[in-house]
Design a protein around this ligand. Sequence first.
Ligand SMILES: [Zn+2]
Length: 381
Amino acid sequence: MSVFYEYLEENKAKIKDQLLQLVKAESPSHRKDKVDECGVILKEIFQNNLNGNWQLQEFENSNAGNHLLFSLKEDSNKPRFLFLSHFDTVWEVGALPIVEKGDDIYGPGIFDMKAGLLSSIWAIRSLQQEYTELPFSPVFLFTSDEEVGSTTSRKLIEEVAQTCDAVFVMEPPVSGTFALKTERKGVGRYTLSVKGVSAHAGNHHEDGVSAIHELSQQIIKLEQLTNYEQGTTVNVGVIRGGTSSNVVSAAAEAEIDFRVTSHGEADKIIKALESLSPFNNAAELAISGELNRPPMEKSEKSVRLYQKALLAGKRLGIELQEAKAGGGSDGNFTAALGIPTLDGLGIPGDGPHAIHEHIHFDRFSERSALVAELCLELSNS
Ligand SMILES: [Zn+2]
């Protein structure tokens, strides 16, 4: 068994204690005050765990929590590995209790992804027990708005990733499995607004142009773009419109989420959305939105990185698997830039964004040791 695994197992109580501190510091994306409070605890945990001359850069945001970037002060020619994590969650404060059941721990954001974040810190700590000087230079980026589309962090993620040789995304593995994520769908978010003409539903129905009627027809057309074989889905998840049942509606809108596995499909869907035309020429359409995350497609570089992970797994006596994920992560940005990216290195469990969100804490040491072994495997090549 790996020395890192043994070291991590010996420190299980300390790890659990830090994990619970992080989870108790609840951090819903839209609560800057809470996210920053969690950031304070995160900084403490980081500094208490790791030796070395770390430089902390804090990127302030007025509406989102601050992003935290830790890197080593000494400039070196060693390969730079980026550990990418977010510490915001989808949970309102107090919405989900923290409960331990056997080897599992339930709590808000524990699976997605505070346990994975902590695992990257402990992977480096376990390496520091063995090496006074690491054969690579670790860089940690902790962001605060992944769950709401990474609006304020995207640029920073891209900039930092471009200075690195590989990116390890500490998001959890596919729910209920140990599988790493080597492909992720791209995600687009659009809003379709329809402008009609209001009229009294009784006296002047024929003078009205129903925005709701028009939108309904558009929705059917939109959802026909779904193609499961291609892995493309177009989902209208929210609709709004109208003011009263006795009024022909003057306005209506739909929120659209689409997912694609390739850039080609993304272009196709975007083109379809941007060329929508009204069924009733008296109605007006307006479409807005963007491809929020480009698809993370398999590349030669990412395959090589995954193969290194397989070797690292062998040293621990585990056989890894890979999988495609339907959800996007910040790894989509770095992969799209051509930087070797491996996602899903976090802690196994289940229930992301669901009330049964939990991790298998008994697998923490194994996963964290895997990251340590992977760093060595990659620096030696
Ligand atoms: Zn996440």
